[in-house]
Design a protein around this ligand. Structure first.
Ligand SMILES: [Zn+2]
Length: 189
């Protein structure tokens, strides 16, 4: 039997981070060397399924905290890193990230947004897609963020677009006015 060659160090250094306990949540990825801006750190791998399959697999309302390894690649496809996933699934969310997820030809890569020092935790903005069914309460509970940065927006959901903000403000107005009116007539009557 022939001896098996060991890959040169340069190749093995392909994944420039280790997975260990994180202060943000559970486990996280920590740089094992300096990483340059724009460096491709790892591909987000897992089983490619349809949104319908992902929805059937995980029910948000069944669990107290939202915790899946789903990445929405397109309107058709979701990557479920719980199945055949790699270490990319352990990277945590931050509202003030040093990495970003870049989609290229339907593949997802985690890329450095800025120079990262050895030992730093690698984080990117999950910006969970909204489907409009999330209530304001869920935004900060089920999808709450505890990244602890000054820029924390309190949720791992994607920031609201100006149109969504307008819609929400209008809905809040509608909710509030009738409620006051009803209370008042109740007291008087
Ligand atoms: Zn945050």
């Amino acid at each position: 039997m022939a001896r098996r060659k060991v890959k040169p160090a340069a190749d093995r250094a392909g994944q420039p981070f280790v997975v260990k306990n994180s202060r943000i949540a559970g486990r996280g990825g920590f740089a094992t060397r300096a990483i340059e801006t724009g460096e491709r750190i790892i591909e987000y791998l897992g089983e490619r399924v349809t949104h319908a399959v992902a929805d059937a697999r995980y029910d948000d309302y069944a669990s107290a905290t939202h915790h899946t390894f789903l990445f929405a690649v397109s309107r058709q496809t979701v990557i479920d890193a719980a199945v055949d996933g790699n270490d990319a699934r352990f990277l945590n969310h931050s509202c003030d990230p040093n990495c970003e997820a870049v989609i290229e030809r339907s593949r997802v890569f985690i890329v450095a947004l800025k120079p990262i020092a050895k030992g730093e935790e690698l984080v990117y903005d999950y910006a969970y897609t909204r489907d409009g069914s999330e209530t304001e309460e869920e935004e900060y509970t089920l999808y709450g963020c505890r990244c602890g940065t000054k820029k924390c927006r309190g949720t791992i959901l994607a920031p609201l677009t100006p149109a969504e903000l307008k819609k929400r403000a209008a809905a809040a107005k509608k909710r509030h006015h009738p409620r006051h009116a009803v209370a008042r007539t109740g007291h008087e009557g």
